[in-house]
Design a binder for this molecule. Structure first.
Ligand code: GDP
Ligand code: MG
Length: 179
């Protein structure tokens, strides 16, 4: 007799999501908004890797997102970054709409993902859209780079919550579509 297997349809699927982006673009704030529904103005630089979890109820069942948030952008490279990315099912690549130079890092993050042999869905995010007076990256610039890599993009605000749910839902959808 075969041992009875648990009803796998009731088990939640776990997916690892990596947050990527320059220093202070708002990675930790987006995770905090998505997980805790709040915003914190203080800048507490993430130390090491923080992993947070949230369950989404998707049309095909429960999906647990494990959000990996790594401190810094360039102080960790090579092996640490490879370990960080290993097993990821998707990535959010974030820039700060008030700092033009944070968009040029996107190519590097895509390269890092490819360098560890991953071909995973990505979503590009232009964060801090609540600061229009300081805006330094246009919708067109963001759209152009997204089109170049064939990824969806959104503007967001961890402060107001604008589009934060949408970003993660969209990434989940991309991951499901990929199988
Ligand atoms: P990280 O280094 O990418 O994790 O960036 P943080 O999440 O720590 O955010 C860096 C700084 O930007 C903090 O002072 C945040 O309060 C601020 N910040 C993050 N997201 C937003 C946003 O959407 N709007 C505004 N106005 N500030 C933000
Ligand atoms: Mg952080």
């Amino acid at each position: 007799m075969e041992p009875t297997s648990p009803d796998v349809s009731l088990a939640a699927v776990q997916k690892k999501i990596c947050l990527l982006g320059e220093f202070a673009v708002g990675k930790t704030s987006l995770v905090r908004r998505f997980i805790e529904g709040r915003f914190d103005d203080r800048y507490l630089s993430t130390i090491g890797v923080k992993i947070s979890r949230r369950q989404l109820i998707r049309p095909y069942g429960k999906l647990n997102l494990l959000l990996w948030d790594l401190a810094g952008s360039d102080e960790f490279n090579g092996q640490i970054r490879a370990n960080y990315l290993r097993g990821a099912a998707g990535a959010l690549i974030v820039c700060d709409l008030t700092r033009a130079e944070t968009l040029s890092g996107f190519q590097r993050y895509v390269d890092q993902i490819q360098a560890v042999g991953l071909s995973i869905p990505m979503v590009f995010v232009g964060n801090k859209v609540d600061l229009p007076e300081s805006r330094a990256i246009s919708e067109t610039e963001l759209a152009t780079i997204a089109q170049q890599f064939g990824t969806p993009y959104f503007t967001s605000s961890a402060k107001t919550g604008e589009n934060v749910e949408t970003i993660f839902e969209r990434l989940a959808e991309q991951i499901e579509t990929k199988g």
